[in-house]
Design a protein around this ligand. Structure first.
Ligand code: GUN
Ligand code: ZN
Length: 433
């Protein structure tokens, strides 16, 4: 049994009063059985149902939250963070493609996958939607390591057959055969899901986009994962490659790649017709503020997305993004909103990193909330992680204030512990009293 301050969202804070959007127990308790949450509530009520010698892990005033969910990240770019290049296309050619070549080597892929999972745990991220590379070896290494850790992870082989170095290109036929074999090996194994992942419209031929569409039809509960409308030069190139499409989004739409469980990273330079079309299809956007600022791509429009009913979550996009840490990423998301005269409230920010992201993935019956029956992937945030955080939190007048302080000042130091299926995987082992 875990005792501490518990916070979990039940709705988007934007859709009603703030207070109706979450459950919060200042002195709460959560009972975990067989990797799932069995009961949750005020500590005295839960304790009353248990024998007096039942072991309790006391987290004091620290804040228990569902684990963060990162809906767009490239594990093979863990060693690309902070690379040079100016904007997207140079950065891809000069640094990213060079690094991704190394993932045909299964040993290298496994070493990076294990580093990546350790880093996610240190940063409180318990589920991610992940790009591997074009090499099937990169996918096997990733899922093998995820399975050993019993993680709920979503990933897939990159499809790219043009406009990239030849030794990083597959073909429509190889994309089909390799993806099918990987889907059959990994999709639905324990907590793993497969994502069909055409890299972006620039690097897939029409024949390969057709393969992606056929895979999506044959595996209706698989994810679709790609990039969309990130950078002006990229968008001009897509227009040249697909002159008949109304917009960049329309390229994917024309191949049947918009649906629920389709997640498109960036979605910066869309028009309102695109946003409404995406919303109607059930597809969702991944807003990647640190990447969009690092690569100078532009500002994601939160208000226009909300007005169109387009669902989105906040994601890191490592290694275009500059941090694995969701607190750092939420802080940048708020700055992107403010540069456009908008705002991102602390409550909504934490919603977007937990339940909001789970909803974009249609995985909210498994993860994203502290609720009986959900998988016990949760984190403990240290409200005294640094002297400044402790000082500012002591002066907080409300939950909202405390969350604002965490997202403004917090980083990996604030992630005191991470639990997967009820088992601690990061932090000093908590002592049961
Ligand atoms: N567009 C196509 N590939 C990539 C990538 O690896 N990172 C980002 N940020 N955008 C892309
Ligand atoms: Zn990306």
């Amino acid at each position: 049994m875990h005792r501490g301050q518990l916070l979990s969202f039940v709705a988007d804070p934007r859709d009603g009063t703030d207070a109706a959007s979450y459950t919060h127990f200042v002195d709460g308790a959560m009972l975990v059985e067989n990797g799932r949450i069995a009961a949750l509530g005020p500590a005295d009520a839960i304790l009353a149902t248990l024998p007096s010698d039942f072991p309790v892990v006391d987290h004091g005033r620290n804040l228990l939250l569902p684990g963060f969910i990162d809906n767009h990240i490239h594990y093979a770019q863990s060693d690309v963070i902070g690379a040079g290049g100016r904007q997207l296309l140079d950065w891809l050619n000069d640094y990213t493609f060079v690094e991704e070549r190394r993932f045909g080597d299964a040993r290298h892929a496994l070493e990076v996958a294990n580093f990546f999972f350790d880093e996610l745990a240190r940063n409180g991220t318990t589920t991610a939607l992940v790009f591997c590379t074009v090499h099937p070896e990169s996918v096997d290494a990733f899922f093998g390591a995820a399975a050993r850790r019993r993680l709920r992870m979503i990933a897939g082989k990159v499809l790219m057959d043009r406009n990239a170095p030849e030794d990083l290109c597959d073909s429509p036929a190889a994309a089909d055969t390799e993806s099918r074999a990987l889907l059959e090996r990994w999709h639905g194994q324990d907590r793993l899901h497969y994502a069909i992942a055409p890299r972006f419209a620039v690097t897939s031929s029409p024949a390969q986009l057709q393969v992606a569409a056929r895979l999506a039809r044959d595996f209706p509960d698989a994810f679709i994962h790609s990039h969309l409308a990130e950078n002006h030069a990229e968008i001009r190139w897509v227009k040249e490659l697909f002159p008949d499409a109304r917009s960049y989004l329309d390229v994917y739409d024309g191949y049947g790649l918009l649906r629920e469980r389709a997640i498109y990273a960036h979605c910066i330079h869309l028009d309102d017709a695109d946003r409404r079309r995406m919303a109607a299809s059930g597809a969702a956007a991944a807003f990647c503020p640190t990447s969009n600022l690092y690569l100078g791509s532009g500002l994601f429009d939160l208000a226009a997305s909300d007005a169109a009913g387009l669902r989105f979550s906040v994601a890191t996009d490592v290694g275009g993004g500059s941090s694995f840490n969701m607190l750092r990423t939420l802080d940048e998301a708020r700055k992107v909103a403010r540069l456009q005269g908008e705002d991102l409230s602390p409550l909504r920010a934490f919603y977007l990193a937990t339940l909001g992201a789970a909803r974009c993935l249609e995985l909210e019956s498994h993860i994203g909330q502290l609720e009986p029956g959900r998988e016990a992937d949760f984190i403990v945030l240290d409200l005294e992680a640094t002297p400044l955080i402790a000082r500012r939190t002591a002066a907080a007048q409300s939950l909202s204030d405390a969350l604002r302080i965490l997202m403004t000042l917090g980083d990996d130091r604030a992630i005191k512990a991470t639990y997967i299926m009820g088992r601690q995987v990061h932090g000093t082992p908590a002592v049961a009293a």
